[in-house]
Unconditional design. Sequence first.
Length: 156
Amino acid sequence: MLRTFDLNPERAMLEDVRRIHLLGIGGIGVSGVARILNGRGFEVSGSDVRESSLTEALRAEGYALTGPHSADTMFHARARAGYDAAVAMYHDQALIPIKTIDFAGGVNVTLGLPFIRTSPDHGTAFDIAGRGVADPTSLVAALEMARDMAVARAAA
């Protein structure tokens, strides 16, 4: 089971995330987010599919940028070791690799809320609702992740 890319429940609170990797960092909005996060003390890295004047400027400011490469190359085990959280700019940028790595066990975790929020990384499956064929693995994984996060939070 992937459990949100092997996210350590002890680091699953926003205040414990120090290294953030931004996918699509070369866009004007994302480069602005990078600067805000950096100003708040986060170690920001990023990647994009192409070089631009913004990626060059961020590199000159000392940001650790990789690439150019596509987002799907940022989710293998070695790449995940370089960050605590990856921020994708749109649904398919992150969920295609997640579902490829672990379709049934993927968990979405929302950071920065005053409460724990997890959910399965798949849709509602209305096409199979009521037929008794749904696989509960992702729901179970989301509940287990929420439990692990609650235990870690209580111990902190």
